[in-house]
Design a protein around this ligand. Structure first.
Ligand SMILES: Nc1ncnc2c1ncn2[C@@H]1O[C@H](COP(=O)(O)OP(=O)(O)O)[C@@H](O)[C@H]1O
Ligand SMILES: [Mg+2]
Length: 473
């Protein structure tokens, strides 16, 4: 039994009126538990509001099968159990955690529903404020998530625009030059056909031209030394045959993999007086072919980027599906390629035997983006980022590992808080890990944690391989 006087010693109750305290003493049961006994079970209907009177309690939550300790307390007056009783049916009234007695312990147990009704009468304004705060927090969380999505979209668009700009500009430039070259070729063709060049020679020249184009496709990469040597050889060949301006033809032919023996073939079929126009003609061929290759490569790159963007944003997919995690990881790496500084190496260690995972693919891509961007920031222009997948029990494990300075012990919890950032104004929002945590834990029933020491930081995402009842937000 407790008396109102004893209850008044507890900080929770110190300012209650005598009447109120009388109600608490009358309706509260003092219950005793032996060390190790369970007081309430996570997920069961929250019927009692518990106040610790003596002993020590521990609160634990089940996270993917593992018990995680949330708090431990031996303070008289520590409260637990139905702590959201004042929210009534605005929330699911279930115990958020399991409470256990660490030592023999006694609690004052108040029936939550009755206590809530009294509480409302006693402190109507406080209840309004508490409910307002709760709804406000919920809304803030939704807004934060939306804002982060917008930011991510903005960053993505900026990155993509930048990435698309290079190949698009290259294709435009190459097309411009092609136009000039084609007009030059028309002139040369007129000169070649100027009576001195018969049909047979023209025919053979065309054959050599085809051969050159073929040679270009097979051209090997030469070292600068080899290039210089070959240019010298060709330069001499031109000099010997009195071809003027041979020195600017040489680099074009060398780049195309053409050697003096190819040119010998040409000089066999063309009259010496027309060797130079024929060479110029072939040089045009080589140049235009190069430009066409560049246009093709640029447009291929544009298609690849658009493909990655589509994959990344999952434009044509249903939201929840069986996902190959590697697709999203690869798409994310493509999207981030432009953000990666020169000195940062990306290594993919994919376990291709990993089964598909039931997931919201687009949301996971946001997680990969946040983790990889953080890793890029962490290595500060010089280091290695490893993206690794593996199976871990009944979960898929995705790790983003970096060689940066690491997350100091005292920050390891805080980095997951919204708006927590160590980056400068305009550089960090502090939302990346908060949003990632929500996506992984709340949406997928998975787990996100950091294991870190200087030079070796692992952000680990675990996703259950079997379907999970996805909760909101
Ligand atoms: N790979 C990492 N290495 C070291 N610190 C990290 C790493 N990833 C995140 N952090 C720390 O966590 C903080 C919060 O990260 P995040 O929520 O993504 O916000 P932001 O990147 O905008 O700062 C970062 O400011 C940084 O201090
Ligand atoms: Mg970040």
């Amino acid at each position: 039994m407790t008396t109102p006087a004893q209850l008044r010693e507890l900080f929770l109750f110190e300012n209650l009126t005598d009447d109120q305290l009388g109600w608490v003493a009358e309706n509260g049961d003092v219950v005793s538990y032996k060390a190790g006994e369970t007081v309430s079970v996570e997920g069961e209907p929250a019927e009692c509001f518990y106040v610790l009177l003596s002993g020590e309690l521990v609160m634990v939550r089940l996270v993917r099968g593992d018990e995680v300790e949330i708090t431990r307390s031996d303070s008289r007056g520590a409260y637990s159990g139905a702590t959201q009783f004042y929210l009534g049916d605005q929330v699911d009234q279930v115990y958020a955690a399991t409470i256990r007695a660490v030592t023999d312990a006694t609690f004052l147990a108040l029936p939550a529903a009755e206590f809530a009704a009294r509480f409302n009468q006693w402190f109507p304004m406080a209840v309004h404020l508490l409910q307002g705060m709760f709804v406000g927090l919920q809304n803030a969380n939704v807004l934060v998530a939306q804002r982060e999505r917008l930011l991510a979209l903005g960053k993505l668009t900026a990155g993509l625009t930048h990435e698309l700009n290079n190949p698009a500009a290259a294709a435009v430039r190459a097309t411009e030059t092609l136009r000039e070259r084609f007009s030059g070729m028309r002139h040369k063709l007129a000169m070649l056909a100027d009576g001195h060049f018969d049909g047979l020679q023209l025919h053979q020249l065309t054959k050599i031209q085809d051969k050159f184009v073929q040679r270009m496709a097979e051209a090997e990469d030469l070292t600068p030394m080899q290039v210089a040597d070959r240019e010298d050889e060709l330069g001499e060949w031109f000099d010997d045959r009195k071809v003027s301006g041979g020195w600017d033809l040489a680099p074009v032919f060398v780049a195309a993999g053409i050697t003096t023996s190819d040119l010998d073939e040409l000089s066999n079929v063309v009259d010496s007086g027309f060797l130079e126009p024929a060479l110029r003609w072939l040089a045009y061929t080589v140049e235009t072919e190069n430009l066409l290759i560049e246009v093709k490569e640029s447009t291929k790159r544009i298609s690849a980027l658009v493909g990655a963007a589509k994959q990344y944003s999952q434009l044509d997919r249903t939201p929840h599906q069986e996902v190959d995690l590697h697709e999203g990881l690869v798409a994310t790496l493509v999207m981030l390629a432009g953000k990666k500084p020169e000195g940062v190496r990306i290594v993919k260690e994919f376990d291709k035997s990993l089964p598909r995972v039931p997931a919201y693919a687009a949301e996971l891509n946001q997680v990969w983006t946040n983790l990889i961007e953080n890793a890029i920031d962490a290595v500060a222009g010089d280091g290695t980022i490893t993206v690794r997948t593996a199976r871990d029990g009944d979960s898929a494990l995705v790790e983003v590992i970096d060689t940066g300075p690491g997350v100091p012990e005292e920050l390891r919890r805080r980095v997951f808080e919204p708006f927590f950032t160590t980056k400068g104004v305009g550089q960090g929002t502090g939302l990346g890990l908060d949003v990632s945590y929500r996506v992984v834990v709340n949406r997928h029933g998975g787990d996100l944690r950091v294991v870190s020491e200087p030079g070796d930081t692992h952000f680990q995402v675990r996703l259950p391989l079997r379907a999970h009842d996805a909760a909101g937000g």
